[in-house]
Design a protein around this ligand. Structure first.
Ligand SMILES: [Zn+2]
Ligand SMILES: [Zn+2]
Length: 339
């Protein structure tokens, strides 16, 4: 079997229809589906939660078409005011419209997000830092150039947030109709959180659990030059979620998830198989992450190289964690070899 895309994993889901706006949980949760201009993901789900007073979980991007659909959906649901906005993580599709909602007087000036998402919401893409790192991985200059354009494009999809407050793991968020516990689930990003109403067994998961996309634990560099082991973190988060008593997961994209254990089992199997395939590829000879990416994905579109390489690096971290590969540097390039 040959992979053609880095982030679609194969397991079949019984309901494949694209989600629509819907009122759920006896009127407590309203899903609003908004458009996205990304080839990999075309829609985002944002959620309005509450009976008479409302909070908004994620916002969609700030473009007119998305914003107009969001405000139209609020009006259609007779919702005139949002008390606070909670952001699952700092990607533009999840927070882009927050500042505009506040500016237009629709939402109170209360935005909550995990502290570790600050560099994401500020779009602190440090070209030199990433350039140095990615060149070591063997990634060619044209891909780095494309990342610069992508970063500038993402910047147009969100208004800067003036003021945010921080939420941490274990914090309780009371809303009109229940209480959410903040569960930090690093992986997709380091400050990704899920909102869990334990009493109802309901979780709003952002991009941490998705039914149709293995959420890309993205390559993520620190200013000090360190690198977060995204996939290692993500798998640890999956272990925590697996053991939780969750009935319903409302994700940031795609349809509602009713069996999170099955989903996590499939995800872990997928990552284990991918890890072993990379191990196999490396038996031929030591390779850079970029060479492995080419060996793994035969027909890779240029725009997918970064995501694919991010995944490969994640799997190399896992292999390293299991003492199955080791890395060494030669002529400014980083190679991995089986142990
Ligand atoms: Zn995301
Ligand atoms: Zn997302």
């Amino acid at each position: 079997m040959t992979d053609t895309s880095p982030h679609k994993h194969e397991h079949k889901h019984p309901h494949d229809a694209a989600p629509e706006n819907k009122v759920m949980e006896n009127g407590l949760v309203r899903r609003i589906v908004l458009p996205l201009p990304f080839p990999q993901v075309q829609q985002i789900n944002v959620y309005i939660v509450g009976k008479k007073n409302f909070i908004l979980i994620d916002t969609g991007i700030r473009t007119d078409d998305s914003y107009d659909l969001l405000t139209a959906a609020l009006a259609a649901n007779n919702i005139r005011h949002i008390d606070a906005i909670y952001i699952t993580h700092g990607h533009v599709d999840h927070f882009g419209a927050a500042q505009k909602l506040i500016k237009d007087g629709i939402a109170d000036n209360k935005i909550f997000i995990h502290q570790k998402e600050i560099s994401n919401i500020n779009n602190e893409y440090d070209e030199a830092l990433y350039g140095n790192y990615l060149k070591r991985y063997g990634i060619p200059q044209e891909i780095l150039d494309m990342m610069r354009y992508a970063s500038a494009f993402f910047d147009t999809l969100a208004d800067r947030l003036d003021k945010v407050s921080f939420i941490n793991h274990g914090m309780h968020v009371d809303y009109d109709g229940g209480t959410f516990e903040v569960i930090q689930t690093p992986g997709h990003t380091s400050g990704s959180v899920c909102f869990f109403d334990r009493e109802k067994g309901m979780m709003l998961s952002g991009d941490t659990l998705l039914s149709r996309l293995s959420p890309n634990p993205l390559l993520d560099l620190n200013i000090d030059g360190g690198r977060r082991k995204s996939l290692v973190e993500y798998i640890a988060s999956m272990d925590i979620l697996f053991n939780m008593d969750i009935k319903t997961v409302y994700p940031g994209h795609y349809e509602t998830i009713y069996d999170h254990k099955e989903l996590i089992k499939n995800l872990l199997t997928f990552h284990y198989k991918r890890m072993m395939r990379i191990h196999n590829i490396l038996k031929q000879k030591p390779m850079t992450p970029y060479e492995i990416t080419g060996g793994l994905f035969k027909k890779l579109h240029q725009t997918d190289v970064y995501l694919a390489a991010s995944e490969v690096i994640g799997h190399l971290d896992l292999l390293e964690q299991h003492d199955m590969v080791q890395s060494f540097e030669r002529d400014g390039l980083l190679y991995y070899a089986v142990v």
